[in-house]
Design a protein around this ligand. Structure first.
Ligand code: FES
Length: 104
């Protein structure tokens, strides 16, 4: 299966900001959504599904699919609805396992 992103930047931006994703520093375009920035940086997984733990990342880019969920300051956020800013610290999103929760 091809993992190349379907999204392409229409223009190259010289302005970048430094953010952190799962402890890794990234230089990303300064004026885009966090989802677009992570795709541009080559990040292909931002969350896992709660049942099968399948990897997911941004798909719709407009706040509908929730596949872009990330964690910012301990809060689950949709990366496509957040604009990047310098120093942003982002973690991939790992929901609780539904099967494990049922057994508690
Ligand atoms: S990419 Fe679909 S909700 Fe963010």
């Amino acid at each position: 299966m091809c993992s190349d992103p379907l999204f392409r930047s229409l223009e190259h931006t010289a302005n970048t900001v430094a953010i952190e994703f799962d402890g890794v520093s990234l230089q990303v375009p300064a004026t885009v959504s966090l989802a677009a920035a992570l795709i541009a940086a080559g990040i292909r997984k931002t969350r896992t599904t709660p049942v099968s733990r399948a990897p997911r990342t941004a798909f719709c880019m407009m706040g509908v699919c929730f596949d872009c969920l990330v964690e910012i300051d301990g809060v689950s956020r949709q990366a496509c609805q957040v604009v990047v800013h310098p120093g942003l610290e982002v973690h991939s999103h790992h929901a609780g396992n539904i099967e494990e929760d049922r057994n508690d």
